[in-house]
Design a protein around this ligand. Structure first.
Ligand code: NI
Length: 275
C-alpha cells in the first residue's frame, strides 16, 4: 500500500543519524565535457567516499525557515503517483540523449549539475529548461562540503549557482551536496538540500539491468531516485526504466513538483505527501 512515507524532511540537527542513507557516487570523467577546477590530471573528479557521514555541527536554528519559491506543478502529486528521477554530475555528452529519452516519454526529471560543466555547456542547460526539466546545484569541484570551511563551501555553491544562472537565465532551486555530505553551517545560499531515498548505485554497477532493477525495487510514490547522466549504462537503461515506471502508474516529475514549497533550512529525501 502506497503510503508515502519516509521522512520527508529532515531537520538539519537530526542529520547525525542519517549516515546510513549516504552513498553518493563518484563522478567519473571519461565523458566529461568540462573539468571541474579541482579535477585531477586525467580529468577525474576527486573520488567519492561512499558512506561519508552527514554531520551537524551546530544546534538547531530557531525561527521560521524561509520558503523557497517553487514552480507551479504540472501534476498534482496528491492525486498522482509521482516519482522524481535525479541525475547528478553532468551535464556531459550523454545528457542530450537522456533529455531525448525523457521527452519521448513526456517525462520530467531533475539535473544536479557541476558548475564548470554548466558553464561549458549552457545550451544543454537551456535545452533541459526548455523541456521542463529542473536544474539544481551540485557544487563546483564535487568536493565534500563538510570538509571545508564555511566560506569555501559557500563559494563552491554560489559560483555554481551563478554559472547555472548565466547558462539559462535562472538559478538553481536547491543544492545536492556531493556524497550527500554537508554540515548545518554549510548552506548560506538560501537553498534547501535535496538528497534521495533510492540509490541505483549506477556509478558502481555500470549495468543497465542492475540500475533498472534497483530503481524499480525502490520505487514508491514520493521517491527521489539517484542516478548520473555521465554513465553510458544509465543512459541505456533510461528508455526501459521510464516505460516500466510509467507502466506501473508513476508520473515522472521534477523535484520541485514532487516536494512543493521547500524550506531553505531543511534537507529532503523524499516527498511529504501522504497518499
Ligand atoms: Ni555527484
Amino acid at each position: 500500500m502506497p503510503s508515502s512515507r519516509l521522512t520527508p524532511c529532515l531537520l538539519l540537527p537530526l542529520l547525525t543519524v542519517l549516515s546510513g542513507c549516504i552513498s553518493h557516487p563518484p563522478a567519473t570523467s571519461s565523458n566529461a565535457l568540462a573539468r571541474p577546477a579541482s579535477a585531477t590530471q586525467d580529468g577525474a573528479i576527486p573520488a567519492d567516499r561512499p558512506g561519508a557521514p552527514i554531520r551537524a555541527t551546530s544546534p538547531a536554528t530557531a525561527g521560521t525557515p524561509a520558503r523557497v519559491a517553487s514552480p507551479a506543478p504540472r501534476t498534482d502529486c496528491h492525486k498522482a503517483k509521482c516519482i522524481a528521477l535525479t541525475f547528478d554530475d553532468g551535464p556531459g555528452p550523454l545528457t542530450s540523449g537522456i533529455l531525448d529519452a525523457l521527452e519521448a516519454r513526456k517525462a520530467h526529471a531533475t539535473f544536479f549539475v557541476l558548475g564548470p560543466r554548466a558553464q561549458a555547456n549552457p545550451a544543454i542547460i537551456q535545452h533541459a529548461r526548455d523541456l521542463g526539466m529542473e536544474i539544481g546545484n551540485h557544487s563546483w569541484t564535487h568536493a565534500d562540503l563538510a570538509r571545508m570551511g564555511q566560506a569555501t563551501a559557500t563559494r563552491e555553491l554560489t559560483r555554481t549557482s551563478n554559472a547555472i544562472r548565466r547558462a539559462s537565465g535562472q538559478g538553481p532551486f536547491s543544492v545536492r551536496p556531493p556524497y550527500g555530505s554537508f554540515v548545518q553551517a554549510t548552506p548560506h545560499t538560501g537553498l534547501p538540500f535535496v538528497l534521495w531515498d533510492v540509490d541505483t548505485e549506477d556509478w558502481k554497477n555500470h549495468s543497465s539491468a542492475v540500475t533498472t532493477q534497483r530503481a524499480l525495487a525502490g520505487a514508491h510514490p514520493g521517491a527521489i531516485i539517484l542516478m548520473h547522466d555521465i554513465h553510458p549504462s544509465t543512459a541505456r537503461a533510461l528508455p526501459g526504466l521510464l516505460k516500466a515506471l510509467q507502466g506501473r502508474g508513476y508520473t515522472l516529475v521534477t523535484v520541485p513538483e514532487l516536494l512543493g514549497p521547500m524550506s531553505a533550512k531543511k534537507a529532503y529525501h523524499s516527498s511529504t505527501v501522504r497518499r
